[in-house]
Design a protein around this ligand. Structure first.
Ligand SMILES: [Zn+2]
Ligand SMILES: [Zn+2]
Length: 340
């Protein structure tokens, strides 16, 4: 079978053996898998986590199952990281900090014709069945939407809140849609790209602001002089974090969502955090309650997450997907298995 693997930091399409299944494992034939910003960071060598496995937003069909929880031929979403749900971290509300959370992964990754889902994941609900009316493309949106839902839950978005989304890439767009669904009042999106801003408008952002044009002042103007109730940093850039800190109202919340490059630092007067009672809430990844909720919202057509997919590529076209994403020519790239 063919798979995109990282070799010396470059993604290459390789002919490899299909993964061998152990007891309780499941083999999935990939049909669609989103290209994530963290994949791009792994390719550029600037990602902070250790294991550089590419592709973690896959949907497909079960080709072989050694696990009674899922049968052959079932259309599924598969979650790459699953916590143990039993340890100190898990039972105290930090499941993504579970020491087991990143210990297992899809093998060899989501950008391959087939991948193995380890028993550890399957036994803990890491495989979800896609209803018939949910496409593979929509199934590939379960993981990214799940991370957004978890972040917004942690950030406590309330009905009527003004929400600033800094960074209107694909994840920022999902944040806009999810904030709308959560009943946010005013949603402001900022980015440096006009293309991304007009796309964000079409998805429900009420105002869009060029982030290089005095964002904090503009946000205050749009929020009766206060600043946003909640700011979501959907970019890894320290500039975006600073812009969010300065655009949030006193007593407001800043959700850190985008993954900063390794070694990023902030030049910020931290006395402002205390004086203004700003809460910084980081949110990293998602767990099963989030993937279940994401699939529910997609399935019930409450959040049309697949709207962010602007471009589709085969495994052979993977380098083009990376290039188009890095150049900002597209919003979200989806890798599809064109054998079907
Ligand atoms: Zn991702
Ligand atoms: Zn745990």
């Amino acid at each position: 079978m063919r798979a995109i693997l990282l070799a010396d930091g470059r993604p290459v399409l390789r002919e490899v053996d299909a993964p061998r299944l152990g007891e309780g494992d499941v083999l999935v034939e990939m049909r669609a898998c989103g290209l994530c910003g963290t994949d791009l960071e792994k390719i550029s060598g600037r990602y902070t986590a250790s294991q550089p496995v590419l592709g973690h937003e896959p949907a497909g069909v079960v080709a072989e199952s050694l696990n009674p929880r899922v049968g052959r031929g079932v259309r599924v979403f598969a979650h790459h990281h699953v916590p143990c749900y039993e340890c100190h971290y898990c039972v105290r509300g930090s499941p993504t900090m579970c020491p087991h959370y990143r210990a297992t992964n899809l093998e060899p990754g989501g950008f391959s014709e087939y991948f193995r889902v380890p028993r550890f994941n399957v036994d803990r609900g890491g495989i979800l069945t896609l209803p018939d009316h949910v496409s593979f493309e929509e199934g590939a949106m379960v993981e990214p939407l799940a991370t957004v839902l978890r972040a917004q839950r942690r950030g406590g978005i309330q009905r009527g809140d003004s929400v600033l989304v800094v960074g209107a890439g694909p994840m920022g767009d999902l944040h806009i849609m999810a904030a709308n669904h959560a009943g946010a009042g005013t949603i402001i999106a900022s980015d440096i790209s006009e293309y991304r801003l007009s796309f964000a408008s079409s998805l429900g952002a009420h105002y869009v602001v060029r982030s290089d044009e005095g964002l904090p002042d503009e946000v205050r103007r749009l929020t009766d002089g206060r600043g946003a109730d909640v700011s979501i940093v959907a970019s890894g850039s320290p500039k975006a974090i600073l812009a969010a800190l300065k655009s949030t109202r006193k007593g407001g919340r800043i959700i850190l969502f985008g993954v900063p490059y390794r070694g990023s630092t902030l030049d910020y007067d931290v006395s402002e955090l205390l004086n203004n009672e700003l809460s910084i809430i980081p949110s990293n990844a998602a767990v099963e309650e989030d993937t279940v909720q994401a699939l529910e919202l997609i399935s019930q057509r409450k959040i049309d997450a697949a709207k962010i997919v602007t471009s589709r590529y085969s495994l052979e076209e993977f380098p083009q997907a990376v290039e188009d994403s890095l150049q900002g020519r597209i919003i979200k790239a989806l890798i599809v298995n064109r054998k079907h």
